[in-house]
Design a protein around this ligand. Structure first.
Ligand code: GDP
Length: 192
């Protein structure tokens, strides 16, 4: 993915801080602990690149990575569904994210990460509705597939696929990945 260095560029706490929309952009969304930082690191072949986004203070920001040579922005969206977050903070997350999704003209696709052990949760469905409202194409990526039996992962995949029938903005192909084992990463890189 990265011809040159895939650097962390900035963390934006408000939409006024976003970088120029001068190149295509893709974004990663998912519940806290879904394996988002691990997947971004694995995709970009970096050990701790996305750790910057997990540092205190960075977790409520939209974290931008440069895919090299002005080619593309990769955005790590703040994780959602974290139990310790107050209702006000959750609403703030929703407001910022929805405004980002509706207003970002260069946003080509959102990858919505779902834990292979859990499948789609209510908060994921909320986000899918937001994506539908914003008319942003998105694709489901199942994470941590190494933590479940192959048959179980396939069952979850089929269930997600069935649920997607009601969501016209969703890409029909569901990617099953493991950052740990490297499963599904070449396919996802090719997709990006
Ligand atoms: P984030 O909060 O979504 O950024 O999640 P992290 O990437 O920090 O991962 C949360 C936890 O799940 C960590 O303990 C990771 O080591 C673990 N994890 C992430 N991806 C995988 C995976 O593919 N396989 C396994 N077995 N564990 C994973």
């Amino acid at each position: 993915l990265c011809a040159g260095p895939c650097d962390f560029v900035l963390g934006a706490a408000s939409l006024t801080q976003l970088p120029e929309a001068d190149r295509p952009e893709i974004a990663f969304a998912g519940r806290s602990n879904v394996g988002k930082s691990s997947l971004i690191n694995a995709l970009l072949n970096r050990k701790n690149l996305a750790r910057a986004s997990s540092e205190p203070g960075r977790t409520r920001e939209l974290n931008y990575f440069d895919l090299g040579e002005g080619k593309m922005w990769l955005v790590d969206l703040p994780g959602f569904g974290y139990a310790k977050v107050s209702r006000t903070q959750a609403q703030e997350w929703q407001r910022l994210t929805l405004r980002y999704l509706q207003g970002r003209v260069n946003l080509r696709r959102v990858f919505l990460l779902v834990d292979s052990r859990r499948g789609l949760m209510d908060t994921d469905l909320d986000v899918m509705n937001m994506l539908n409202t914003a008319a942003v194409t998105y694709q489901i990526v199942m994470t941590k597939a190494d933590k479940v039996k192959k048959t179980e992962a396939e069952k979850t995949r089929a269930k997600v696929e069935a649920a997607l029938k009601k969501h016209p903005a969703a890409h029909p192909v569901i990617r099953v990945t493991s950052s740990e084992k490297g499963w599904g990463l070449p396919e996802l890189r090719a997709e990006i």
